[in-house]
Design a protein around this ligand. Sequence first.
Ligand SMILES: [Zn+2]
Length: 398
Amino acid sequence: MQTLQKTMLSITILLLVICAGCTTYNVEEKTAAAADQRSDKEIIDGVKPIEKKQMTSFQDRKVKQNSDKDQRITVSAVGDILIHDVVYNSAKKGNGYDFKPILKEMKPYLRKADLAFANQESMIGGSALGLSSYPRFNSPLEVGNAVADAGVDIVSLANNHTLDRGEAAIMRATDHWRKLGVAYVGSYRNEGDREKLRILKTSSGMRVAFLAYTYGTNGLSVPPGKPYLVNLIDKKRIAGEIARAKKAGAEAVVLSLHFGDEYAREPNKMQEDLVCYAAKAGADVVLGHHPHVLQPVEWVKGKNGRTLVIHSLGNFISGQKGVYKQAGGMLTWDFVKKDGRITVEHPRFMPTWVTYGKWTPEPLFKVKKGILPNRDTIYTEVKSHMKKRMPDLEFMER
Ligand SMILES: [Zn+2]
């Protein structure tokens, strides 16, 4: 135990030292478009570490190097799914709800990715618990059905609304996500559930771990003895989980962080510092959310070369009104495996738009001018905002 503590202390000190020199930089790099085929994948809970002898055998290594050549997967991520009453009331159908029409415009894009992520901001505790809106949300189970149908593979449940309706909502929501075959991360049913790493394996064999944390829970205290209900930001724990995921066979780590100032279009110091720390600890991609508006994309120097960061993905679906709250987006990138090493390549962004009263996110470039007369001005402004720290960021316009 003492040795373990000493090791952890050394790691912490080392991380603090290397983090002091954190800088951002731009890299001009363009790669070919990713394969359109969406592959099947499996979720590995607590995947076993790869045995050393497997990795060091000459023959195995040779085979591995050959088969690894240019292996590439595409990952897409969208921001907050925050279901206000105006949104769920519009989705009422018979005795239940149907959110599939709301996701129909973005479904083809999400389905194109090998892995797709979303921040499920409101817990889907279901109607039996009584639905609710701001300030303490509880959303219909059917939101999950539509999210799964749209091709989302994993949702983050760690945010300031995680505890809105208590343990009961978390248990019902996680049970439903399980039934749907959608992985969830950042809020758990028990300690054992929390310990199981969310490592998603694509059909091409690439293993990607997802981790999720939030800055807080709107003043609601975590029930005593149940810290697993919500992952609160804890630098040591984040670094420990990144290391544990890599040891367990994850080739890449995507870290979801719910942080920042609401409605601020630029990241604050706490965001910058934490992103820097996470990059140095080995996160390959950092997905920020919480501000409800978009914040820029950038490269940050990391342990593995460079870490792709989006400080805030903005709203994906919400009942919020205002240009920057109705604009959201989908960040897409490739994980490329070459000679056993993974790199993050070809980041691209698709700004989205939710028309108030319609609630369906759609690519901003496609919104009819009859609905949004100043669409071109908004689109140009959003694009320049997103690429201000990454001038060569591409935009998806097909
Ligand atoms: Zn939030």
